[in-house]
Design a protein around this ligand. Structure first.
Ligand code: DP6
Length: 348
């Protein structure tokens, strides 16, 4: 499909608005140095720091309103009642917010994604960043960015980063911190001097077979390559921060591609193996390598799904997108640096 057709189809759907609702908007982020593996499941504390770029596409808009007379939370996702694991995660998150706020009222949550859920384009990052902001505002918790990032992390690790725009680093926090929950948060990298774009190559929009949560758990517990990935990732992060400061996209891209491949190698060595990449992903990767051979700066990264995201200079985005659109079955979306989570209060 042509790039322009996908863009025309872009973010859609009515926004959840109305009386007395607090509405928050957040965007997905794509990690260039990945988060893969929790050292503490309950607190969502990662083994390693990670680094991402927040995008300007596929926002999630979430409204929260109190329902004092209700006996349970109501969660609507993309127009339909949430069920199963999705409902459980949102309700558990609201329980945490209520516990911190010393409140008991249930809530009505209405969330609209503009990205296919579970397709490896990180809807849980934008989803929990928006929910954290709206819920914190409604229940009277602090909404300053660092507190919000720590809160969003408890919903989904990568959501800690979507609180901020542009390039963002999420600190794992020291293992011996007195309060490890407080020590693990994201913050923007104010000194990153690169005008980058990410070309998302959407190969398959169906839900994934293994959730990233389960896949991570399995990798940590069984993959002999996990320790090596953790060590490599730590080194990658230090080098990438320096390259971002220096405006060196080539180094940033090379590190990002190797880091993603290392993460997938670690999960493929798990037992049973986790494999998100498909033949179509391999074709897309091959196209990225071809672009490089032709002298175009383009580097691939892949998350918990078959889609490939291509990092390039903003000035090269259209060219890279046009070439990636030649991959059979691919839909291509050009994303650039996007904003952090924002709030608006409507009604009374
Ligand atoms: C591959 O943040 O979705 O996208 O904390 O279990 O909710 P949970 O996981 P999640 O994992 C994202 C993993 C990744 C890499 C990344 O975004 O850093």
């Amino acid at each position: 499909m042509a790039v322009s057709e996908v863009r025309a189809a872009g973010p859609a759907g009515a926004e959840p608005t109305g009386e007395g609702r607090t509405v928050a908007v957040a965007h997905p982020n794509i990690a260039l140095v990945k988060y893969w593996g929790k050292r503490d499941e309950r607190l969502v504390l990662p083994f390693t720091d990670s680094l991402s770029l927040t995008l300007d596409v596929f926002p999630t808009t979430t409204s929260v309103r109190l329902a004092p007379a209700a006996g349970s939370d109501t969660v609507v996702m993309d127009g339909a009642p949430a069920r199963g694991e999705q409902l459980r995660r949102v309700t558990a998150f609201l329980d945490l917010v209520r516990e911190r706020a010393g409140r008991r009222e249930r809530a009505v949550v209405d969330t609209r994604n503009t990205v296919p859920v579970g397709a490896g384009l990180a809807s849980s990052a934008s989803g929990f960043a928006a929910l954290a902001l709206a819920a914190a505002a409604v229940y009277g918790l602090p909404t300053e960015p660092r507190a919000l990032s720590r809160l969003a992390r408890r919903g989904s690790g990568s959501a800690a980063r979507s609180v901020f725009g542009g390039f963002v680093v999420w600190h794992a926090g020291p293992v011996d911190a007195l309060d490890p929950d407080a020590a693990s948060y994201a913050e923007p990298l104010g000194d990153a001097y690169i005008d980058a774009a990410l070309v998302a190559v959407v190969l398959e929009a169906g839900p994934k077979a293994v959730s990233s949560r389960e896949a991570m758990r399995r990798t940590v517990a069984t993959s002999p390559r996990f320790p090596e990935w953790v060590a490599a990732s730590r080194a990658d992060l230090t080098r990438m921060r320096a390259a971002l400061r220096a405006g060196d996209l080539e180094t940033v891209g090379g590190i990002a591609e190797r880091n993603a491949i290392g993460m997938h190698a670690a999960m493929e060595a798990a037992s049973p193996p986790v494999r998100y990449l498909t033949d179509a992903s391999a074709t897309a990767l091959g196209t990225v390598h071809e672009l490089r051979r032709e002298g175009v700066g383009a580097w691939a990264t892949m998350d918990a799904g078959p889609n490939v995201k291509v990092l390039c200079a903003a000035a090269d985005a259209e060219r890279v997108a046009a070439r990636m659109a030649t991959v059979p079955g691919a839909r291509v979306v050009v994303a650039r640096r996007g904003p952090g989570a924002t709030l608006r209060t409507e009604g009374g």
